[in-house]
Design a protein around this ligand. Sequence first.
Ligand code: ARG
Length: 471
Amino acid sequence: MAEHSGGNGRGEGANAMWGGRFAQAPDAVMTAINASIGFDRRLAREDIAGSRAHSAMLAAQGIVSAEDAAAIDAGLAQVLAEIEAGAFAFSEALEDIHMNVEARLAELIGAPAGRLHTARSRNDQVALDFRMWVRARCDEAADALTRVIGALLDQAEAGADMVMPGFTHLQVAQPVTWGHHMLAYVEMFARDRARFRDARARMNECPLGAAALAGTSFPIDREATARALGFDRPTANSLDSVSDRDFAMEFLSVAAICAVHLSRLAEELVIWSSAQFRFARLSDKFTTGSSIMPQKRNPDAAELVRAKTGRIFGAQVALNTVMKGLPLTYSKDMQEDKEPVFDAADALGLALSAAEGMLRDLAPEPARLRAAAAQGFSTATDLADWCVRRLGMPFRRAHHVTGALVARAETLGVDLPELPLAEMQAVEPGITAEVFEVLGVENSVASRTSFGGTAPAQVRAQIARWRETEA
Ligand code: ARG
């Protein structure tokens, strides 16, 4: 169990960090349930950055000597180098990343290492490390979303007047354009990006210096460490500082909403790339073949993006559940905060990259899209609107008349543009040949010029607006 059984003095017998009070070594099961080093080693970089800022502040405040702080800083730089080189021997007996780093520092520099933990506790240390880690993931997610939005805008531009069916209930509703459909996702992902940025701004307060829970009697400078670590300010309540995991819960809720959007996009890609739809083709780079059916091109990447959503939702439920009954301040339960967040962040990062890749290569099939747009009486609303405009009918009556015309077309097995004028006049004598102008899908789409509507002119205006904000 102990990786350091070679007698280097680390993790043997009573704990080196609090051995003063303990005569017996922990049970093996205790070590196994208590250790977090298996996963919190991912916080090494943040842990060392936090310690270096803390040690520099301790020296500046005259709490440790300049020489000790210099030795600590050089030692921590070496620990980081060892970890990054994969040359660091993590020890389960040393529980977590904080104690692993400190124990190695002691091996490297001796006695001064013992001064690093002055005016600090693992409680504010872990709150700091985790917050910095999540903050970096917010930035990465926002950047990845910017790339997804860029790919969507390119698609929108290329297909600004490419007619496709718009659906409600997955039934053809009205013709829309490919560009308009792509822009709908731009809106969603831009909201996600704003939520990540907003969450980042809210979490950007530094808990370091809260110490165990009550603050410290040492004359620390919390403004200095906050500044050094890129925070806007120190947190204002030491109890809240060590017990708050809102930043992680908020990251997961924002990630969960983003995952919903990714999953809906992925679902459409799965449907569109099917033989029944053939609305768009995914590239070879993001599909797989079948080991038995040579004709298959499976949209695995899209399916996995859709499925990753489950892990992200699971992470959110897991963390909310860990937190929901905890009294102030720190409880060891909170060690269970990290794995769900790590897993969700990994899943989200992959899903965003896969979405971008699929969108970059996605090839719409204009002829298939147009043909599908013309099916299913998709211009019935245009016909009703024409009756309102030209014949002065109340919309409700126009709706009724159009319904009768659709029923007639269905009986005759034709689409609305092929329904003979005489058939139309049998239902509504006022109808003239002029009506055919609004029954074509291009005219239908071009007529929807209301703000945010599907007309190519509107779509181009929206693309131009986005290009400006994205520049
Ligand atoms: N490994 C611990 C965690 O992840 C660090 C904090 C330990 N604090 C304590 N009071 N035992 O939460």
